[in-house]
Write a protein that binds this ligand. Structure first.
Ligand SMILES: *Cc1c(COP(=O)(O)O)cnc(C)c1O
Length: 456
């Protein structure tokens, strides 16, 4: 007998995951190693250890350990806001009149408002365990900086955030949340670092980019005793920590014998998607089950769908290791008219390899369609979604509408990564009809890809 599925499913404490799942252990074709930009050789633990904490370096390089125990202090922190609910979107199904069954895993139920806290607490924990004084990082839209400041405040670590200048100016309240949690926030590019001064000299008046802020945060970490750099997406270690999303979602679905046909997530650097799909992709890689897995990206920053699978710099200042990933080139800066987040030029090497090997699909969507989906979702499901998350909503709704047309009763799972309270300027633009759908030309992308570093 099929059980009635409740509106919200919360795992009980005894059902909660106690280990992260390392998807790389099940990948036949492992993601390509990070390379030292000076020598072109793979980065080893000693090299990475100058920038990152030792335990995180070990996780970054570990392609074989399938399950990695979550330390007790992190489990305790997770209890403040986890489990996150798996919601059966009955209201949305009714509104769309679809026979599809729609589920979403909602990660916005914490003050930082997104899934980023799952990795922030892990990275802060290992920094603290190593006896460091603090960490440095960059933040674009502000969710990662907020998550990291919360984690650092909890553990008593110093937190220095370089915030992309246009966000710093457009999102003063994000900045104040970070300062409430004790972080220092510097608009980037700034004159506090050598790379910042250089970028300012070359591009006076620039409002910054994520790649620029990364360069500054890395420089700040390596020039300050007792500091390391931490990053909120892209890296293998972040995918590992975010597997908590998928492990919880799968356990909740397994409890009711539900199996998704399609798993959908938005993709900026790939961390929420990598986390959500982890256990499902694991089954797919081991040949135990099959799922359609779909990455959704903005048409204005289409790394998967129009980028190249190649080694590239992770940052504009070219101080970070090279990663092999789908990239638009480290010089690529999305149009200022793009308000929907997910503006990173590259993509997680793990997801890039899986996409390259045909284990997942990718689609790009226009931002006005994304905001239309966000609004429709908010009106029926109640949650005000982040623009980033709304990319996944768009495609989940499109799939459900297709089911209405074909009569198929597909089960759809998507990641609702966060809330949009700090994105009301973008919503305002949408409401006032001032939002445009800028799509980069082939020439623009080709010009950026021409500057890819020449490796092997
Ligand atoms: C950062 C962020 C994303 C995109 O980052 P990924 O690493 O691709 O997950 C998506 N949604 C929200 C709410 C975010 O804060």
């Amino acid at each position: 007998m099929a059980q009635e599925i409740p509106y919200k499913i919360y795992l009980e404490e005894k059902e909660m995951p106690r280990a992260w799942y390392n998807l790389r252990a099940d990948m036949k074709q492992k993601p390509a190693p990070l390379l030292n930009p000076a020598t072109g050789e793979p980065m080893d633990a000693a090299g990475l250890g100058k920038v990152f904490c030792d335990a995180l370096v070990a996780q970054e390089l570990d392609n074989t350990t399938r399950l990695i125990d979550i330390p007790q202090e992190i489990l305790d922190f997770y209890k403040m806001y986890r489990p996150s609910p798996l919601v059966r979107a009955y209201c949305l199904e009714k509104k769309l009149q679809t026979p599809a069954k729609i589920y979403y895993k909602f990660e916005g139920n914490n003050t930082s408002g997104s899934h980023k806290l799952n990795s922030a607490i892990a990275q802060a924990y290992y920094a603290k365990a190593q006896g460091l004084r603090g960490v440095t990082t960059e933040t674009g839209a502000g969710q990662w900086g907020t998550a990291l400041s919360m984690a650092c405040a909890y553990l008593g670590l110093d937190c220095k955030v370089f915030m992309v200048k246009c966000s710093y100016e457009q999102k003063p309240y994000r900045r104040e949340v970070m300062r409430t949690y004790g972080a220092s926030v510097t608009p980037s590019p700034s004159d506090t670092t050598e790379v910042g001064r250089k970028i300012l000299a070359e591009h006076p008046g620039t409002t910054g980019s994520l790649g620029c802020a990364i360069s500054e945060a890395v420089e700040c970490a390596v020039t300050n005793e007792g500091y390391r750099y931490v990053l909120g997406s892209v890296l293998n270690q972040v995918m590992l920590h975010q597997s908590i999303i998928g492990l919880e979602a799968k356990a909740a679905m397994d409890r009711y014998g539900v199996k998704p046909d399609i798993v959908i997530g938005c993709a900026g650097g790939g961390s929420n998607l990598g986390g959500l799909i982890a256990p499902f992709m694991g089954e797919k890689l081991r040949g135990e089950a099959d799922y359609r897995i779909v990455a959704v990206e903005p048409a204005s920053c289409p790394s998967f769908t129009r980028g190249k699978f190649a080694y590239d710099y992770c940052d504009t200042g070219r101080v970070c290791p090279l990663a092999k990933m789908y990239t638009l080139g480290s010089n690529f800066i999305p149009s200022p008219s793009h308000a929907g987040g997910l503006r990173y030029h590259g993509m997680s090497p793990v997801l890039s390899q899986l996409y390259h090997d045909g284990y997942m699909e990718a689609v790009s969507v226009h931002q006005t369609d994304v905001f239309a989906a966000a609004e429709e979702f908010a009106r029926v499901e109640g949650i005000l979604p982040a623009p980033e998350s709304s990319h996944a909503i768009r495609v989940a709704m499109d799939e459900a509408i297709r089911c209405r047309e074909t009569g198929e009763e597909k089960t759809i799972l998507f990641g609702l990564t966060g809330t949009g309270y700090f994105d009301m300027v973008a919503y305002q633009k949408f409401h006032e009809g001032q939002m445009s759908d800028y799509i980069p030309s082939d020439e623009e992308i080709a010009a950026s890809l021409e500057k890819l570093p020449k490796v092997r």
